[in-house]
Design a protein around this ligand. Structure first.
Ligand code: TRP
Ligand code: SF4
Length: 400
């Protein structure tokens, strides 16, 4: 669609752990080399559940962003910003709230689930109900076509697609659309105009998907179109009205196989985490005291790696030969558990050395982080403002 663009957000929850690294950040680092990426701290999202205790949010945001940088998210490649510093997200959220059916929100599966799971909190608030809509605004305001998320967030991306469709359908039908589209075609220049017409006909009369793809590619290349004309021509190609908001696709991030110290999912609420940039002593101690196969009570008892959380770490951190050494040694009681854990300790420490090194300048001088974020906010805001102009215009609020 318009330009390819990746957007993702993370709630500020304080120091990040290895689960975040292997489940999310490694993927961001890969994506930033492939696409223009926007990554943001979703501080308003934190308020949808923690509205009664907002004190820690700010510190968590800065800590989290240092962890992103430590993990290799590169401000020269990706735009890093804070949601609340781009207030246009709130304006889009408000405007879309006017046309969002309440039932759609009530039917988002996480709504009831989370209310039940967090039953110690009163989540019968307007903000909590509107949380998926806020997420939609985050995505749509950047016309992001790719949204890397975990499985739990897929319904929200689907919700966003439906909302974009509804919005375009409702507000993309400007008076004189057909004439304006035809005027815009002329601006493509005669050769491109002829091709556009041909591709459009192929798609609309014969349902030829290739015609649609070729037409989109042609529009992507056409440099001299205004945003409004571009929206018209995308819409006209597909046979709808103006395409003001872009339907995003989810990039499903594979669930992290990173278990916690006890073999359950690594999560702050289970207290089984290893932090990014964890102090070497405490890291070593955490792994040394990690649970192992309960059958190995004594050093001479054989064990089974499949029943041992440490094995899961070897799967992530060790090469084949180390893994063979573990399997053989464990099953024959040839090695002890402390011995078995050492390569894991070494590997995690090594991984974290690089992170520590990257983080150090930001710890020495926190204004560096602030200026990266200030820059990112400026960039994000420009994009957001462009979309908001179109949205206001489409909803009759441009007061020119
Ligand atoms: N809701 C997401 C989560 O809890 C975070 C988030 C907020 C997000 N806005 C987003 C993710 C936009 C992707 C795109 O994990
Ligand atoms: Fe787990 Fe290794 Fe001990 Fe076997 S030897 S139980 S894999 S820690």
């Amino acid at each position: 669609m318009f330009a390819e663009r990746v957007l993702s957000g993370m709630r500020p929850t304080g120091r990040l752990h290895l689960g975040h690294y292997h489940g999310v950040l490694k993927n961001w680092v890969k994506l930033q080399a492939e696409y223009p990426c926007l990554f943001f701290a979703a501080d308003w999202h934190a308020l949808t559940t923690d509205y009664d205790n907002p004190k820690g949010i700010e510190a968590s945001v800065w800590e989290m962003i240092v962890d992103w940088l430590a993990a290799g998210v590169d401000p020269a490649q990706a735009t890093i910003f804070i949601q609340s510093r781009v207030p246009e997200h709130a304006e889009l959220h408000l405007l879309m709230s006017m046309m969002t059916p309440q039932g759609w929100l009530e039917r988002v599966p996480t709504y009831k689930d989370q209310q039940e799971k967090l039953s110690h909190k009163d989540l019968s608030t307007y903000g909590f109900l509107g949380y998926p809509l806020l997420m939609s605004a985050d995505i749509l305001i950047y016309r992001a076509d790719k949204v890397p998320v975990g499985e739990d967030q897929l319904p929200h991306v689907e919700f966003t697609r439906e909302l974009a469709r509804r919005f375009n359908h409702m507000y993309g039908r400007e008076p004189g659309f057909e004439e304006k589209a035809k005027e815009a075609i002329k601006k493509l220049g005669s050769k491109r105009a002829r091709l556009y017409d041909e591709f459009r006909t192929r798609f609309q009369q014969n349902g030829d998907e290739e015609g649609l793809a070729l037409g989109k590619a042609l529009l992507e290349e056409a440099q001299n179109l205004s945003m409004g004309d571009r929206e018209r021509l995308y819409g006209y190609l597909e046979g709808s009205g103006k395409m003001i908001l872009v339907e995003p696709g989810a990039l499903l991030t594979e669930a992290s196989r990173m278990p916690g110290l006890d073999g359950q999912k690594m999560s702050k609420s289970y207290g089984n985490t290893i932090f990014l940039r964890e102090e070497a002593d405490s890291l070593t101690k955490k792994i040394r005291t990690m649970q192992t196969d309960p059958a190995r009570v004594r050093r001479t008892d054989p064990g089974d790696p499949e029943k041992c959380p440490v094995w899961q770490f070897h799967v992530i951190y060790s090469d084949d030969s180390t893994r063979n050494w573990v399997t053989q040694g464990c099953k024959s009681a040839g090695i002890g558990c402390i011995e078995c854990k050492q390569p894991v300790i070494d590997a995690v420490l090594k991984e974290q050395d690089a992170m520590r090194e990257r983080a150090q300048p930001y710890l020495d001088d926190p204004t560096l982080v602030k200026s990266i974020v200030a820059d990112g906010c400026d960039k994000a805001r420009k994009l957001a403002q462009e979309t908001m102009r179109e949205v206001r215009d489409a909803m009759g609020l441009s007061y020119t």
